[in-house]
Design a protein around this ligand. Structure first.
Ligand SMILES: Cc1ncc(COP(=O)(O)O)c(C=O)c1O
Length: 487
């Protein structure tokens, strides 16, 4: 295997890695390229040596496989241009027709996109391996996995016992009226129209269905930066190109959204409260400003991912106004439990009709048993105070952590939900330092596009009394890390 820092080549199955001595451009140095081992390659003077992947193959099928392998291993990144048909044919001693056939096959499968006649690039669609949940070291306090506190979720027992054992048949109404009623009341309370509703299999399922019926491969989607990993992966897997929109505590920044809209995005995807990973929530003022900005772009679809609705602790200020194309996805995952894979989607007539029509062709509907269970748990936990208690407990835990951090000059954000975000200069050493002290926290890297580094700390299960211990340890780690700034 070629040594990191040395020029050389290496056979990588159906492709070849070539290292050049050229110093990396600013853009390339941010992402770098991966060695087969997964390590970034730095030369001694700390400029990254870009690693190029050489496509190989002796017929159309093996050339296509070589490119797919390069994408799968991360050697070919979305946006990378592949050689022209003629150039690759010449290098591989194949006919241009053979290479063109390989490229055509990959275009049809969504791996390549032809930008124009002279430029074909790797698409942003990726068939991603499922990301594994973060590893929590033995005995460490889990502030990394992003889960709600199981102790604050409603008891499913009584609700399960009350779900009637009734068979439903093909042709029945896809949605359970009790569930729609609860959703309607919630939407109405927040000024969100609820004339057209659909029940979907969770927040991500709803987002996917809405994007699929409106967007085409290669479309640009404005998305908060940093953003929830699952949504980012979903956008990329659908072959859409995420356009980062910087956010602060009050939601998407006006200038950042203006720039994204000027680039011509098809959709804006945002989390109006309990933003993951930053804990931001759209303020009333910011929402009003963004609504008037968006009024100049009526063709843009707005998708609001209200994943933490009931327990977010702040009102839902929306961006949909009276737009023609919009959807709000309200999932019960954070409030009633992630295993209740149910969300209610409200949207404009066309969007909901298309989503429901497509759903009928596939999964058909979300099981009525699950819908009844969700409706029962939803109404009982709203009336017996379970949701209110969870909301207040999360808010108290978040405030305790933010106060303790403030007391030690650690900058952190989080106005809603159960995540806080701590800007740091370097993520990995801080995550490791915290792990050594018994705290598992999540590095911000997978959430970020252009956003600076940070940590996501999920305070959902952290008792208020332990906030001070956390702050003491974090302050110590930050102080010890050379080049790591506090705040
Ligand atoms: C912002 C955001 N959206 C969506 C989801 C997933 O929601 P669901 O489980 O309902 O698909 C999550 C889960 O953590 C999330 O943080």
């Amino acid at each position: 295997m070629a040594q990191c820092g040395r020029a050389g080549t290496e056979q990588a199955g159906h492709g070849e890695l070539v290292r050049s001595r050229t110093a990396a451009s600013a853009g390339a140095s941010r992402t770098g390229r991966l060695e087969p081992s997964g390590k970034k390659c730095y030369s001694t003077d700390m400029t990254i040596e870009p690693v190029q992947y050489r496509i190989s193959g002796h017929n159309a099928a093996t050339v296509a496989r070589s490119i797919e392998r390069g994408v799968r291993l991360g050697h070919l990144q979305p946006g990378d241009a592949v050689p022209s048909v003629r150039a690759l044919a010449e290098r591989l001693s194949l006919s241009p027709t053979t290479v063109a056939a390989a490229y055509r096959d990959l275009r049809q499968r969504g791996t390549l996109i032809a930008h124009d006649r002279s430029r074909t690039v790797i698409a942003h669609r990726r068939d991603l391996a499922t990301r594994l949940a973060p590893e929590i070291p033995d005995g460490a306090v889990d502030l990394a996995s992003g889960n709600p506190d199981p102790a604050l979720l409603p008891d499913l027992g009584p609700a399960l016992a009350s779900v009637g054992p009734v068979h439903r048949l093909y042709g029945d109404d896809p949605a359970v009226e009790r569930l729609l009623d609860l959703a309607r009341q919630g939407f109405a309370a927040d000024g969100i129209p609820a004339e057209h509703l659909a029940v979907v299999g969770g927040g991500l399922d709803g987002i996917e269905r809405v994007l699929e019926v409106h967007c085409r491969l290669g479309d640009h989607i404005a998305i908060e930066d940093p953003s929830y990993i699952g949504t980012l992966d979903l956008v990329r897997t659908l072959g859409l190109i995420p356009v980062p929109v910087a956010i602060d505590d009050e939601g998407p920044e006006v200038d950042a959204l203006t720039t994204a809209l000027d680039q011509g995005v098809t959709a804006v995807l945002l989390v109006p409260r309990a933003q993951n990973p930053t804990g931001a929530a759209l303020s009333q003022e910011r929402a009003a400003t963004l609504r008037s900005l968006l009024a100049d772009h009526p063709e843009v679809l707005i998708v609001e991912d209200d994943h933490a609705s009931f327990i977010s602790g702040v009102p839902h200020h929306q961006l949909i106004g009276d737009r023609p194309r919009w959807a709000v996805v309200r999932s019960v995952a954070k409030s009633l439990g992630p295993d209740l894979r149910v969300a209610v989607l409200s949207g404009d007539d066309d969007t909901i009709a298309r989503v429901a029509g497509r759903q009928r062709l596939g999964t058909g509907w979300v099981s009525h048993l699950l819908q009844h269970l969700t409706a029962t748990v939803w109404s009982s936990s709203a009336s017996d105070g379970t949701l209110e208690h969870a909301t207040q407990t999360y808010a108290a835990r978040r405030s305790a952590v933010l106060d303790a951090f403030r007391g030690r000059d650690i900058t952190a954000t989080g106005t809603s939900g159960f995540n806080v975000w701590v800007p740091v200069a370097e993520e990995v050493p801080v995550v490791q330092g915290m792990a050594a002290r018994g705290w598992a926290v999540q590095a911000g890297e997978p959430f970020r596009l252009d956003a600076p580094p940070g940590l996501r700390i999920t305070v959902a299960g952290l008792p208020v009394e332990r906030a001070e211990d956390l702050a003491v340890d974090l302050a110590e780690v930050l102080d010890q890390r050379l080049g790591t700034r506090r705040g």
